[in-house]
Structures are given as C-alpha cells and as structure tokens.
Design a protein around this ligand. Structure first.
Ligand SMILES: *Cc1c(COP(=O)(O)O)cnc(C)c1O
Length: 961
C-alpha cells in the first residue's frame, strides 16, 4: 500500500485548457526566456511593457474552466435558446446545409483556419472556391463581375450607394431607396449616408420616380427584388427612368428567386447586391453570411472588397489570385472608397459549394418548391377569407388582418412558427427550403383558416409574373454539373483543401493577423442548431442563451480592455473602426463641436483606419513616423497645434503597427485630450496587451478589437470576423443600435453598422469559450508567451537579418519586423523571393511589405510550440545562407532557388538545367520528404491577370493542357 495521496480536486482538473492553447510548455518557455535573457515571463513583460501603461492587478474574470465544463455550460446556454420554425424572412431564411459541406467545409480546419489568400500559390483551393462563388453571383444576377463577398446585405447596399456616387454622372442629388426595401438595409444605408453628406430619400417607387424627386437630382436608386413585402414587380420602367435621370441603379436581389426570375442585369440594373445566406449557411442569429455585389464590367475596377481573378504562373499554367490588389486600402488609404478588409470567405465558400452540389436544376427545384408552398399558403388564406396583399410574389406573402397582426403572430408562435408582424394590420410570411406542409397547416390555423394542401394543389396557379420568368441558362460551367454525388463532392472539397496551406499544416506567422489556435471546443457550439438556426429578428425571449452569452462577452471584453461599454455588432475590424469613429463624431456634435472633423492618423497605420475616417466624414491628416518606427511626437504635437480647433480624434495603433510598445503613448493621449480631441486606439493587436495593459485606462476613449485575431475566431480564408467596438462611458450613448431589435444598442445610438442586431452572433460562442477556458490568468499568460515568442524569434534571427524596430530594453512586443532591404540592395533577392521560398520550406510567409516595404513582419502567437518556432527560425537562417550564395555569385541572380520559388512537383521532373539540385529545390532545410507540402502552382503573375481580367470560372478548354 502506498502512502501517497493526490487530492481528487487536483486530479479532477485534468490538463488545463491553457496548456493546450499555449504552445511552449514550461520547459520550453524557460529555454526561450534564456535566449531572450530573462528569468521569467513576468520579468520579460515587466521590461517590455512601459510602466506608464501597465495595468495594476489581475483581470476580473471568472476562473478558468475545463473543456468539458465549458461545453456543458454552452449546452445549457444553447438550451435557453428556443428554435421555432422561422417564417420571418427579411433576408434570413431557413436552409439545409448539405452535411457534406457542413462537416467538410464549415467544421473543417483545412478551410476555416486558412488566411486571406494574399499568397496565391498556397491558396489555390479557396481561390477556386471563391471563383465559383463569383460565378454563381454573376450568373444569377446577370451582371458579369462579382466580388468574393461583402459583409452582409445591408452593408453591401451601402457600398453600392458609395459606388454609385463615385462612378455616376450625377454628383449631387439624393440616393433614392424604394419603400419596399428591407428595413435593416434602409437603416444601415442611413447610418452610412449621414456623415458623408448624402441625403437618402425613401419613397414608394412602384409607380415610378415621383417628379419632385427627379427634379432634385438622383445619383442612385436602390430597389429590392422581390420586395420586402414579397411583391415581385417588373423593375424595368423604373430602371429606365432612373437611367434617364443619369442615376446608377442597384437591385438588392434574392439569389434563390433569381433562379426563376429575370435577373437584375437583364432588367437593366448596374449593380446587384444581396446575401447568399440561404445558400446553405445557417442563420446564426444574424451571421456570419456572405454578402455579395456584382456590377457591369465598366465598374469592375471600382468594386469594394476582394475580387478573385484568373492569371498564369511562372510556367504559364492557369493560376488564381486576388485581382487588382492595388485597390486594397493599404495602398489607397484615405483615397479608398470602402474600408472593407476582412470579408466572409468561409461563408462564400459554403454558398458557392451549395450551388456546386445542387447545380442549376437543383437550385431551381428548391426555388420552385419554395414558391409552390408560398402559392398554396396564399391560396389557402384567400380561400379562408384572408386578404393576401399581392398577386405576384416568390416566397413571401403579406396578409392584411386589420388590427389582428399581433394576435395572429402570437397564435403562430404557439404553434411553433415565427411570423413577422409588419405593422398592426399586416403579417409577413416567408417560405424557404425547409418549409413543410405541417408549417402551412400551422400558419393557416394561426389565421383561423381551414385549408388543405391536397385540395389546393391542383387548383393553385403559380404567382410569378409571366413577363419576368427567366429564360436563359445559368451555371453552365462544368463545375456546377460534376459534383452531384456525395462521393464526388467530398473529393472535390478534399482536393481543393489539399491545395491550401492552413493552420492545420503549420505556422502562419503573419504580423498584425494573429493566427493562433482556433480550438475545437471553441468551434463546436457554432454548428449546434440552438445557435445556428435562430433568426436575428426572432423575439429576444427565444434567444435567452444568446443574450446571456452576448452580455457576458461584452462585459468580459470591457474588463479586458478597461472600457465601460462594448458593442459586438460590427462584423469586421473595419466596421468596428467606423462604429467607433461615428461615436466620436456624434459626441462632438452633441457638444456643439460640429467643426471637429480632423482625424490624425500615423503614416504607418493599417489602411482601414484612413478609409474608415473618410467614411465617418472626417478629414485625414497624416502624422509622420519617426526613424525608430514610433509616431513622430514632434510632428504629432505640431499637427495637434495646427488643427487644435478642428481636432476630432487621433487614431493610433497600440502596440504600434511596427510591433513595438511605444513609451510615450500616455503623453500622446494626454496631448490630444488637452486639445479637445478623442483618442481611438486600434486594438486589433490586443494580443500584446490582454492582461498586461488596458487601452481604456492608458488614454483611449474608444477601440475596436478583432475577435478573429486575439479571441480565436478563425480567419476562414479571409473572414468571418467580429470587430467589437469598446468605448468609455461618455461615448456609450453613441454606439450602434438596431431598428428591429431595441435591446441591441442605446436608443441614442448612431444606427446600425451591420444588418443584424448583434452582427455575426453565430460565432460569438468561440470567443466566449476562449475567455471562459483561459480565465484571467490564462489570458495574461497567453499574452506573455506571445511576447516571448516574438522576442525569441527576433533574438534568433538578429544575427542573420536586421530586426527593424525595438522598444524598451531592445524588446519587441508580439511581432517583429525583419528588414530585407539591405540584402535586396546587395543581392537582388527580394522580399517576394524570400516569401515564396518559405513555401518550399513548408511555411506560410509572414506579412510582406507592411507596414514597411521590403520587410517581413513575423507574429508567432502563443500557440506555436518551440519546435515549430525553431523550424521557422532555421528555415529563415537557411534562406539567409541561400541569399549569400546569390550575393557571392555562386548562384546567378536570375536562376536560383529563391527567384524560382516556389517549386511544384512538376517543376522538378523532366529536364533540369538549374545551378542547384532538385533536392535543394524542393527539400531544403532537411524537411521530411514524406510530409512535404507541395504547392500546386509556381509563382503567380498578378500583373498578367490584371491586364486580362477574368473573374468567373474560365471556360473548360482553359482547364486542359
Ligand atoms: C486586421 C487589422 C484591421 C482590420 O480588421 P478587419 O477585420 O480586416 O477589417 C485594422 N487595424 C489593424 C491594426 C489590423 O491589424
């Protein structure tokens, strides 16, 4: 018998989640600390973080819980959501996610942990999937060029408004919105229009454009097709009239309806926008879903967001890449016309695959069935004496029940169905892919009508207008015909995933992007029906679990950041920026300071900052960056002085965009406040601060965070994201709110910034779980290990490459910049060459040429273990030796493994006439030959594709040979 006793409470704890999330264990941390020259994590961060910003005390968060405990808590939250059948409509519909897509895309880390496809050679799979998405949107809308997703339908419509103003002939005048537009879309447009001085007029355009409006000038018109009421109208006359007035016409359209109806392009529209949610993406209480925009060819170069195009690689083979990257905000900055950066890639992939799986006939069959249910439903109501308002509709009928709307909605709810009370006298009912006969029976009963599907079917006519039936073929490309069996679909998804490098293969050390672990436990609840199947406008009483989760997450993020109030509505960092700046704007105006419109932004800032400021109606004044990478304090003080009376806000990134803890940030904030300005701290890089410092305490008035960076929401190949905005109390009255969900924000708010009340609510369980699993101490340790990792890499690479900027004690924050410019100058080897060569070594490149051209910014995060950090350092050191060989002339500048990188399998078969061996080409650095990642294409020629813009699936013959 042994005398030992290990307390049960210790055994019960199991392996803490923290030890799963944080890569380096205690022994590895000790080694890394020794390399960096510190005895402990606390000593390291005490030296790295300036005293002026350090927060006192531990985070006031609940203790860490085990994965099993957190899953149980999530389960009980899920149980507090009541999933009724939603027939609310309004742009959100029930849909069946094909299980093969649910499991192999949405729940598959090969897809959800990928980064935005800026490195096209390792992103061919998702680029092809996005090209499919673009083809679906372009074909169904009848407009030739579609982007690779926008954030939601409301913001897509708002982007269309800005595009119309920019490209149209009419420069003044109003933006005219038809009264039958989704109410949340109208509200998002109004939020966006006001600061830029655009007047939005909502009017009934069903009988044409009223003459008094035509006389005022109209630069753009927005029509909904089918209308929010369900009505399907022939839009041709109003589009024609709008064109006579010189206006650009946008049609917000429902893609499922477009499988049967004449597409907007054919009706004459210039732009089509909408959401692809009902193409297999769960409603998720509002998101995330992929919004879309398609345009006439002549506007292709003005499309907001990302556009995937076809180009060629170094061997002349077809390859995909993001087209026209010059439009990215990083280059256009305050001249950018949209601030969108992170979009909705994962959801766009799902929607595209839904179309691949069903094909055009399958989609049309779903649409026909949906329509048929609506028609029979309406016929039954009519026969029972109810008044159905429109004769032509697709999936939605509006029923007039004078004074009884609330009563009918309640009666339906008792039968398990949510309907939409449009007003006291009208009820809206939407059918969708999931509608059944039982649902019709429930609705009839709620109206007090007796009807029978069997009896009605033979006598009910369709309610689509004859003149608008679609006659052309669409989705004719083979990809929409070849993957109908689940086996074929499974293999297609696998084939594409295999072309890509995501976090499930190795490290993605992208500075400013925080590619950390997206833990399975955090991901699991996202696809539970209790979180996935809720309509965003369902009564809050049915969303008890969500509301609790949202409130707790908001409160915990407030605690982490030191702010007083958080709104989770913005569905990307860029949108959080806009929301924050709109709050600042509203605050100044409430104080009578309407002249305060200057926004100071350091030249090194992320491109979205300047673009957001312009969208918030501000004037951007750029502040210089000093040689040490910090904000040039002298220039800043001069600019504050110069613009003292008009100063609205300073937008700074902390730690700086260069990955450094700037010493004098508190002084900078004080100087701005002194001048009557507000301080916006871009908190996308919060991974260096959590548990160590709170922007809301060291001088910030407002920040946005990126939950898809610091708080574990996966990047999804370029979205989804969540960009909460956090403010101090004086700005809280100006946070976003929502017209259809009063509890989502303050009544005094600036209006909605996203279409849904809580933005991408469906992925909030991820961040909630992360905070719950780590607890305050674990979150702090994660930050410390992230800082340790960056400093470890900086120390290891320093003898080989100059590390550009350091802060206190010669330390960096959570990322470090290695400077390749001197080497490029000496040898001709470019930062591009190094980035592509890293692919041969089995890595995703770090962030390239941001914030400084010719450099690489490396962010390891806390999740990479020491073995992976070392593998990366060794690859970089080996590459340095390769550069040396080019420098000494051993390898010619034009023919060496760097210049020729990446090497595909095909490139090392056949004749070989290079001054380096095939082994040196594809197995450098002693990597495992069995586990090698083979890039599917050679280096992609971006310029070629931009000259020959092809943005939908190319014809089949281009696939051959
Ligand atoms: C990522 C990032 C943003 C933009 O966030 P999105 O979600 O891509 O819109 C803004 N600022 C900084 C510093 C960032 O790193």
């Amino acid at each position: 018998m042994t005398v030992h006793r290990i307390a049960l409470t210790d055994l019960e704890r199991g392996t803490p989640f923290e030890a799963r999330h944080i890569g380096p264990d205690t022994a590895a941390q000790a080694k890394m600390l020794a390399q960096v020259g510190f005895g402990s994590l606390d000593e390291l961060t005490a030296a790295a973080v300036p005293d002026a910003i350090k927060s006192a005390g531990a985070l006031g968060l609940p203790e860490a819980r085990t994965e099993a405990e957190v899953l149980a808590e999530l389960r009980s939250l899920a149980d507090r959501n009541t999933v009724l059948t939603s027939m609310i409509g309004l742009g959100y519909h029930g849909t069946f996610t094909p299980p093969v897509i649910l499991r192999n895309v949405m729940e598959n880390p090969a897809w959800y942990t990928a980064y935005t496809p800026y490195q096209p050679e390792i992103s061919q799979g998702r680029l092809e999937a996005l090209l499919n998405f673009q083809t679906v949107v372009a074909d169904l809308t009848g407009l030739p060029t579609s982007g690779a997703s926008l954030l939601d339908e409301g913001t897509a419509a708002a982007e269309a408004m800005s595009l119309s103003r920019r490209v149209g002939k009419v420069k003044d005048g109003v933006f005219l919105v038809d009264a039958d537009t989704l109410p949340q879309t109208v509200a998002v447009i109004e939020t966006r229009a006001e600061p830029t001085g655009v007047e939005v007029v909502v009017a009934d355009l069903s009988a044409g454009i009223p003459e008094e409006l035509a006389e005022r000038g109209v630069f753009g018109v927005l029509l909904q097709y089918p209308g929010a009421s369900g009505a399907v109208r022939d839009l041709r006359p109003v589009i024609e009239r709008a064109h006579e007035l010189g206006a650009i016409v946008t049609v917000a359209a429902d893609l499922l309806a477009l499988t049967l109806l004449t597409p907007p392009g054919e009706l004459g529209a210039d732009i089509a926008v909408g959401t692809t949610q009902r193409f297999g993406v769960p409603m998720g209480f509002g998101g995330p879903h992929a919004g879309f925009m398609a345009v006439r060819d002549k506007f292709a170069r003005s499309l907001p967001g990302r556009l995937v195009g076809v180009s060629v690689d170094a061997d002349g083979d077809k390859a995909y890449r993001l087209a026209l990257q010059t439009r990215e905000q990083h280059i256009r900055r305050e001249k950018a016309t949209s601030n969108i950066c992170t979009a909705q890639v994962l959801l766009a992939v799902m929607a595209g695959m839904y179309a691949v799986y069903h094909g055009p006939e399958g989609l049309a069959a779903i649409a026909r069935r949906t329509h048929r249910y609506a028609a029979i439903l309406a016929e039954g109501l009519r026969a029972g004496g109810a008044e159905v308002v429109h004769d032509t509709y697709f999936d939605t009928v509006t029923v007039r029940v004078p004074g009884r709307a609330a009563e009918v909605v309640e009666a339906a709810r008792e039968r398990g169905v949510n309907l939409r009370p449009t007003d006291a006298d009208h009820v809206g009912i939407s059918c969708d892919e999931t509608t059944t006969r039982a649902h019709l029976a429930a609705v009839w009963a709620a109206f007090g009508v007796e009807a029978d599907v069997e009896a009605l079917d033979p006598t009910t006519f369709d309610a689509l207008p004859e003149s608008l039936l679609r006659g052309d073929e669409y989705l004719t490309h083979p990809v929409f015909h070849q993957h109908r069996s689940e086996t074929a679909m499974l293999r297609y998804l696998r084939r594409l995933a295999d072309r890509d490098y995501a976090l499930d293969r190795g490290m993605i050390p992208l500075g400013s992007c925080t590619m950390k672990l997206n833990a399975t436990t955090e991901m699991e609840p996202v696809t539970w029906p209790e979180f996935g199947q809720l309509h965003p406008f369902a009564p809050v009483e049915q969303a008890g679990g969500y509301i609790t989760l949202i409130t707790e997450l908001e409160d915990r993020l407030a605690e982490v950041t030191g702010y007083d109030k958080v709104s989770l509505q913005p569905n990307a960092g860029s949108q959080g920026e806009l929301a924050g700046l709109l709050a600042v704007r509203a605050y100044h105006r409430a104080n009578g300071d309407t002249q305060r419109t200057v926004c100071l932004i350091p030249s090194s800032a992320h491109g979205t900052n300047a673009a957001s400021a312009v969208m918030a109606g501000m004037k951007v004044v750029v502040v210089k960056t000093a040689d040490d990478g910090e904000v040039d304090v002298e220039d800043l003080r001069a600019k504050i002085e110069q613009h003292r009376d008009e100063l609205a806000v300073l937008m700074i990134t902390y730690p700086s965009t260069h990955g450094v803890f700037e010493e004098h940030v508190a002084d900078i904030c004080a100087a701005v406040h002194d001048a009557g300005g507000q301080v916006y701290v871009d908190g996308a890089n919060l991974n260096a601060l959590v548990g160590l410092a709170k922007p809301g305490r060291f001088g910030g008035d407002v920040s946005h965070l990126n939950l898809h960076k610091t708080f574990c929401i996966p990047h999804g190949g370029g979205g989804p994201g969540v960009g909460p905005v956090a403010v101090r109390a004086h700005l809280a009255p100006y946070l976003p709110n929502h017209p259809l969900q009063p509890t989502a924000g303050p009544a005094t708010g600036v209006g909605p910034i996203s279409a849904a009340p809580w933005g991408s609510a469906g992925i909030l369980p991820i961040s909630w779980s992360y905070v719950r699993l780590m607890g305050g101490a674990g979150l702090k340790r994660a930050t410390q290990v992230a800082v340790l990792g960056a400093n470890y890499i900086a120390k290891r690479l320093e003898p080989h490459y100059p590390v550009l900027y350091t802060g206190p004690g010669g330390l960096v924050a959570h990322e470090c910049i290695v400077d390749l410019r001197p080497l490029t100058k000496a040898t001709g080897v470019s930062v591009d060459d190094v980035a592509k060569r890293l692919i041969d070594y089995g890595f995703h490149a770090p962030t390239m040429s941001f914030p400084v051209a010719g450099t690489l910014m490396i962010e390891p995060t806390e999740s990479e273990d020491l073995a992976e950090l070392d593998r990366f350092c060794e690859a970089m050191i080996a590459i340095r030796a390769e550069i040396e060989k080019v420098g000494t002339g051993e390898w010619p500048a034009e023919d060496n493994p760097l210049r020729n990188a990446p090497h595909t399998a095909a490139s090392v078969t056949g004749a070989w006439e290079h001054p380096y061996t095939r082994d040196e080409a594809v197995f450098p650095g002693g990597q495992s030959k069995a586990d090698k990642y083979w890039p599917p294409v050679r280096r992609v020629d971006g310029a070629y594709g931009d000259r020959n813009l092809v943005c939908s699936c190319p014809p089949l013959d281009e696939y051959e040979g």
